[in-house]
Ligand binder design. Structure first.
Ligand code: NAD
Ligand code: ZN
Length: 378
């Protein structure tokens, strides 16, 4: 089968790989209908992680069940399913508490598992024609038959639940106002979630015009950080600090000139922009260490925070990978009911052979490459 394979920093290739097999009675094999490229793939793509050449990328996956392990009870051949990016066992303490991003069984020594992701377990990714799904009965979310809502449902694998989770992590309550840093796929889904959940005002910070325009279409106020300190811009526009803020950028933040920013820059801004006793949601990714970081502290995994200011303001913060399974069924039903349409974020859909070019363009945040979907089987 064809698969998107990591070669070296800034290079992926489409190569032939063996079709995955059932390895455990709880597995199913799916034929992928859609897989998506994520900002999280860029950490590996840009060589910031220890990803080894040969790994198949792709943690945002959906498709049709093709083979069923002998221990699978709920799924059958032909079912249409979407998978949370988290691989989870379903029976450890965290899974039983709906904290599936922190499953303690899938990947001993690390908190949580994912498909096609360095350090997150031995699970190949789904930017390929087929994918092995472990603990399939637990992980799969069943979808209506056919191809309807394909571009919305694929976003249930990660970014829609992750954006929703970012808002939850911030402690948001309906009627409050929110500032979201980053108008990438995750930031736009966080802003959209805030709108759906009844925010009174949503500010979205970025520097890419197409992404800021999408935020504006949602009814949010775009803030271009190349035009001055975004915290000051928001405080001026809003007439004071906001209730909640979300970091949907992560440690690869750039400065106004596009060069690498200090990794703590966005967190510092969040602490400044939120009113005393407000909350910070941090779905943006921070790694334990980053050999490619501009500052030594980040290289060693020692991010500095103005903790005194956080304490003085009595702020709360929540962080970590999203527990997709805690949200995806509800968000699926909102899509089916016509109450949510997250696919506004999708910029284009490609065949698998175009993936290397799409990685290059998405990585440069080129217009027209906000969220790329791959159809590996045509
Ligand atoms: P992305 O990397 O394209 O989005 C980041 C956006 O932030 C870009 O539009 C960029 O222009 C903007 N940006 C860069 N520097 C900025 C700054 N200083 N201030 C404001 N905006 C800035 O892709 P994405 O898919 O949206 O991912 C965003 C982050 O979320 C990544 O770190 C990714 O790894 C993480 N993520 C986390 C989870 C989770 O479960 N917690 C899931 C998916 C993605
Ligand atoms: Zn993702």
């Amino acid at each position: 089968m064809k698969a998107v394979v990591y070669k070296k920093p800034y290079q992926v290739a489409v190569e032939e790989k063996p079709k995955p097999k059932i390895e455990h009675p709880n597995d199913v094999i799916i034929k992928i209908t859609t897989s998506a490229i994520c900002g999280s793939d860029l950490h590996m793509y840009e060589g910031r992680t220890g990803a080894e050449a040969g790994i198949v990328f792709g943690h945002e996956n959906m498709g049709i069940v093709d083979e069923v392990g002998s221990g699978v009870a709920l799924l059958k051949k032909g079912d249409r399913i979407v998978l949370p990016f988290n691989v989870a066992c379903g029976h450890c303490n965290n899974c039983e508490a709906s904290l599936t991003a922190f499953c303690t069984e899938v990947n001993p020594g690390f908190a949580g598992g994912a498909y096609g992701y360095v350090s997150m377990g031995p699970y190949q990714g789904g930017q390929a024609q087929y994918l092995r799904v472990p603990w399939a009965d637990f992980n799969a979310l069943l979808l209506p038959e056919g191809r309807e809502w394909e571009e919305d449902f694929i976003l249930l694998a990660d970014i829609f639940p992750t954006g929703w989770h970012g808002i939850t992590l911030s402690g948001f309550k309906p009627g409050e106002n929110v500032a979201v840093w980053g108008a990438g796929p995750v930031g736009l889904m966080a802003a959209y979630s805030a709108v759906l959940r009844g925010a009174s005002k949503v500010y979205v910070v970025d520097r890419v015009p197409e992404r800021l325009a999408k935020a504006k279409e949602l009814g949010c106020t775009p803030v271009d950080f190349t035009r001055g300190d975004p915290v000051e811009q928001i405080i001026n526009l809003h007439g004071g600090m906001v209730d909640r803020a979300v970091d949907a950028v992560g440690y690869q933040a750039v400065a106004a000139d596009g060069k690498k920013e200090q990794a703590n820059a966005v967190l510092d801004a969040l602490i400044r922009v939120v009113r005393p006793t407000g909350g910070l949601g941090i779905p943006g990714l921070y790694v334990p260490s980053d050999p490619g970081a501009v500052d030594e502290a980040t290289r060693n995994g020692e991010l500095t925070l103005p903790f005194g200011k956080l304490f003085e303001k009595g702020l709360s913060l929540g962080t970590g990978q999203a527990n997709v399974k805690a949200y995806n069924k509800y968000l699926r039903d909102m899509i089916i009911a016509g109450r949510a349409k997250p696919s506004f974020v999708v910029s284009n859909t490609i065949g698998i052979d175009e993936a290397p070019e799409a990685y290059e363009k998405f990585d440069k945040r080129i217009e027209g490459y906000t969220k790329v979907l791959i159809h590996p089987n045509g």
